[in-house]
Design a protein around this ligand. Structure first.
Ligand code: 5GP
Length: 189
């Protein structure tokens, strides 16, 4: 997606050879117009899949997921990373090792919102080693739902998450795939 690549080139900061900071438009401040375009593009790519629900993980997946769900006219559910007093029963849980925080934590989704009738589109902001996406896939499988595809805003193609998920036979569509990056240059696939 050209608009997204330009935004990454203009505003992305390469913190190390593996970590990209995009908090001017995706991870802290959010660019709503760009999110609308991202939502349109995911909806276009997965329109034929008969998606019934978009599922993501808090917090940075929520903005692109909501815009996608709006276009597909389905609800969006986000996996919660923090325990909640109001979210205690009928939960599907999975362990996820966080690439950016370097700790394992549990994510949870209520069985009220993802069921065996659902055909799910999974959305996330980044794909690195695939741990977050594997956790979401685990939860969808526990619920007996099916996976219609995975939509990623920024895939780092030099890490193995893309191969791990695609090798499972799941369709992965990434709007920008970074081949390699250094503080003054980002190369896209
Ligand atoms: P994975 O689980 O695929 O290793 O990493 C994906 C998750 O880690 C995403 O949900 C995202 O929040 C975070 N992440 C991975 N790589 C980056 C990165 O380069 N920059 C930022 N801002 N987040 C990342």
């Amino acid at each position: 997606m050209q608009l997204l690549k330009e935004k990454i080139e203009q505003e992305g900061k390469v913190l190390s050879e593996k970590v990209l900071k995009v908090d001017t438009f995706l991870n802290h401040q959010i660019d709503p117009k760009l999110m609308v375009e991202i939502g349109k593009e995911f909806a276009r790519l997965f329109r034929e899949e008969k998606i019934t629900k978009v599922v993501t993980i808090e917090s940075s997946g929520i903005a692109p997921a909501v815009m996608t769900a709006l276009k597909l006219e389905v609800p969006v559910v986000f996996a919660r990373k923090h325990q909640s007093l109001t979210l205690t029963e009928n939960l599907y849980r999975s362990k996820v090792y966080s690439f950016t925080k370097q700790v394992s934590s549990e994510i949870a989704v209520s069985g009220d919102f993802v069921t065996a009738d659902d055909h799910v589109l999974l959305i996330d902001d980044f794909l690195a080693n695939g741990q977050a996406m594997l956790g979401l896939m685990d939860i969808v499988e526990q619920a007996g739902a099916t996976i219609g595809g995975v939509g990623i805003v920024i895939e780092k193609g030099f890490q193995d998450g893309g191969a791990v998920i695609r090798d499972k036979g799941v369709r992965v569509e990434s709007l920008a795939i970074i081949d390699n990056m250094s503080p003054n240059h980002i190369t896209f696939q």
